[in-house]
Design a protein around this ligand. Sequence first.
Ligand code: GDP
Length: 139
Amino acid sequence: MAGNRTFTMIKPDAVKNGHIGAILEKINSGGFRIVAMKYTKLSSEKAGEFYAVHKARPFYGELVEFMSSGPIVAAILEKDNAVEDFRTLIGATNPAEAAPGTIRALFATSIGENAVHGSDSDENASIEGSFHFAGTEIF
Ligand code: GDP
């Protein structure tokens, strides 16, 4: 059974560039319901923990520095087939390869500063949602 929730962050580049509203509009018109949301900032320790799976990758330090460089919007989204459909809505990791009209094609600046995060599996969606939200913050 496909899960019906995914986790997203509007990353510091998109926040800084004034794209929160436009990205939330893409999320809404894509048929996702926001079940949790907060405007917050990750410490470098928290960003390191969130991306621990990438610790061995050469860009890990850069990624942690970027993700803790400014505020983000974290949210849990609900829709049938949420993980896969949200990955389609955001486009490829590298905006140069992202399909036209996708969030990353429209708003990302580079492969590192790529506007949004989207969970890559139902299991990670659940782990990542719990990382940011208490049960009482999810509606
Ligand atoms: P995603 O699932 O599409 O977000 O991509 P990955 O799981 O492969 O990578 C996680 C995040 O690490 C990406 O969203 C980027 O922010 C960052 N990242 C991936 N590849 C690179 C890279 O080559 N250079 C840098 N600086 N960051 C990268």
